[in-house]
Design a protein around this ligand. Structure first.
Ligand SMILES: [Ca+2]
Ligand SMILES: [Ca+2]
Ligand SMILES: [Ca+2]
Ligand SMILES: [Ca+2]
Length: 317
């Protein structure tokens, strides 16, 4: 679980510089590398991997009776020399996301496009979570050299905004399954769950910070199976689903904090809107500044007509 904690923690760790010995036997700090430099290397490494590896697509196309719908990655060689490379599979898609130096608390002022890859091995028959929903899934994470750094032994609940940016984008590309099934051996599985694998450049992972089993600047592979999700997850229980707390509409709910100035001046913890039940810090809970009708439909009153809904507007009421 530890490797999937959110960007808040990533940001803190990113403050740490890596260290090395200098000629005097002392310690010098090595500044973090530039996003724009590392992204080129990662792109080449990912292309190389996707061109030289395949997955067990034949099992997914014609599932054996006892198939567990687990994705297996392997090198194209020897008896597997005729397999289709990942990069040539039609179910592989690329996703491009913009990353700022500030996302990792780095200097440099860069904004750099990063391309990740996502492959859907099994569609899943349920609904699809947003990047701001809670999901019930299992995953394992590895480096491009195959080294496994994390794996769940069973399905776990994850609130996606607490996970890596690239990871939550990947999960949101899958559909969930139907229902929890208790197997004869007592274990549980989820019928028709979506299964996929994602390949992330380090800028959509941990970039310059090291984690257990993960050196700095490591591209990452995550295999996931998404069983269930909570539609319109409302993590702070303020009546506004987390996905609608993405005020600037950039697809990332972790960077929207309407009352940041008030939280700073009051010495309060910074809470992004999806974690804050009084989003404008006016003392009236968000839940009391919105309207939810009997059918669950949401409306956002704007009493002073300035285009800012009351729950985000300290001036009103
Ligand atoms: Ca946002
Ligand atoms: Ca806040
Ligand atoms: Ca909120
Ligand atoms: Ca309020």
């Amino acid at each position: 679980m530890q490797v999937l904690r959110g960007f808040i923690l990533v940001g803190l760790v990113a403050l740490l510089f890596s260290c090395s010995n200098d000629d005097n036997g002392g310690i010098t700090s090595v500044p973090p590398r530039l996003l724009s430099e590392v992204v080129e290397e990662d792109a080449a490494a990912l292309q190389e991997y996707l061109s030289t590896h395949f997955y067990n697509y034949e099992d997914f196309e014609n599932p054996p009776a006892d198939f567990d719908y687990r994705i297996v990655l392997d090198t194209i060689a020897d008896e597997n020399a005729d397999k289709t490379a990942l990069i040539d599979r039609p179910e592989l898609q690329s996703i491009t996301l913009s990353v700022d130096s500030e996302d990792f608390n780095l200097d440099g002022g860069e904004t750099v496009d990063h391309t990740m890859y996502f492959l859907t091995a099994r569609e899943g028959s349920g609904g699809s979570p947003t990047v701001a929903d809670s999901t019930f899934l299992r995953y394992d994470g590895s480096l491009l050299n195959g080294s496994l750094f994390d794996a769940t032994s069973t399905h776990v609940w994850q609130y996606l905004p607490f996970t890596l940016r690239g990871y939550r984008e990947g999960v949101s590309r899958l559909n969930t399954g139907d229902e929890v099934v208790v197997n004869p051996d007592g274990t549980t599985s989820i019928s028709n769950a979506g299964a996929g694998v994602m390949f992330l450049p380090s800028g959509l992972g941990y970039f310059n910070s090291a984690r257990e089993g993960i050196p700095p600047y490591s591209p990452l592979i995550f295999k996931i199976e998404v069983g269930l999700y909570i539609e319109d997850t409302d993590y702070d229980n303020d009546g506004v689903p987390s996905i609608l707390e993405d005020v600037d509409g950039d697809g990332d709910v972790t960077n929207d904090n309407t009352d940041e100035d008030q939280e700073r001046s009051s010495g309060l913890l910074f809470l992004a809107n999806h974690l804050d039940d009084d989003d404008d810090q006016d003392g009236t809970p968000t839940r009391e500044e919105i309207i939810i009708d009997a059918l669950g439909n949401l409306t956002f009153p704007d009493g002073d007509g300035d285009g800012i809904p009351d729950y985000l507007d300290r001036d009103n009421p």
